[in-house]
Design a protein around this ligand. Sequence first.
Ligand code: PLP
Length: 429
Amino acid sequence: MSELMIKPYSELSGEEAKAEYEAVEKKYQEIKAKGLKLDMSRGKPSKQQLDMVSDILTVLQKPEDCYDGKIDARNYGNLDGLPCCRAYWADVLGCKPEEVFAGGNSSLSLMYDIISKACTHGLLHSEKPWLKEEGLKFLCPSPGYDRHFAITQTFGLELVTIDMTENGPDMDQVEEAVKDPKVKGIWCVPKYSNPTGIIYSEETIKRIASLKPAAPDFTVMWDNAYSIHEFDGDYIPFPDILGIARECGNPDMFYEFASTSKMTLPGAGISCFACSVDNMNYLKSLITVQSISYDKTNQLRHVKYLKDKENSLALMKKHAAIMSPKFHAVLDALDSEIKPRGLGSWTVPKGGYFISFDCPDGLAKRTWNLCKEAGVVMTTAGATFPYGKDPRDRTLRIAHSLPPVEELKEAIQVFCVCLRLAALEKMVK
Ligand code: PLP
């Protein structure tokens, strides 16, 4: 069929569907025969992005380079991080330096650590460690980030699905859920949410900050992983959640997280959490048992390289120049191959690392499998829902950052063919 003649699949007659099925099946077999190996599974920066920032590796050359004022970054001490690093994150997140704990290479580890401590020791307002309570639950706005859900699952908390809207978690559901004292917290990615790419609205943020949960130690895991990660258009300012929480009478309810994983080198960057000073003092009393200090030389290297928020935003523009053509390659393919056939809808974010794609109900797993057999790896269907179970079997996460543009174009074409085949199989069989 030529482009002009493309009909929505719902309008195909039985015979047209059969002919289309045969043509698409043939196309699929041709693709399979190519033995492709393409990866759209995880939000990793590309080699081009890593090469662009690799001069960070040579920032600290001599012993004299290793000081933050009088503090020798090479030695033990400063559990909560180098002052310059705490100030850097405060600048990026809009909070105060004393609210920042500058950590190691992974914000996910810090998140794990806080949930782990909640379980073993309890948090500041806990009546007892979570592991001493039965039947605890955690709210998981979905589709969401599979690794968040896995953290609370691994500690035995029940994962409660909250629907994601274009303004953030469905707040009516959240407000209802927190009336249950067993509900201990919620996962949030407030800007360029993983995977939908939406930004929480002002109203949603206010409603979260104003929650009156039954659990005294209800915890908002505010993962601001993509706080300055626009790949299209200008930087969109985002409010300081700790200040808002204070104004709303919930100063200790939020733990905010960020890292440089998508700014410099993932796995070799720096991370932080930010929280009230009371929370900070309590957590430090626990963390001091587990570590003498984090890698301050890497903190210093990063601050010397990234300097401040303004300079980091300039670097993010360079990342955007690499990311944006990939994002548009995906959108162009979906617009020309999927839209006219009426086979799904997708988000069009301006930042972050993902596009979330919804196919017609019941087609996600089959499409994922067809892609896999054709050599295109995508995030497992269902992974963005608690327990890996998408109730409507319709959501797939497209991660477009890693492959070079030409490979990505090929991968997304394969995806389109697989989705068409999955839809036609249902219609024909
Ligand atoms: N949080 C979100 C929302 C992510 O998407 C990712 C990685 O994709 C991470 C955290 C991982 O962060 P880090 O590398 O700092 O552990």
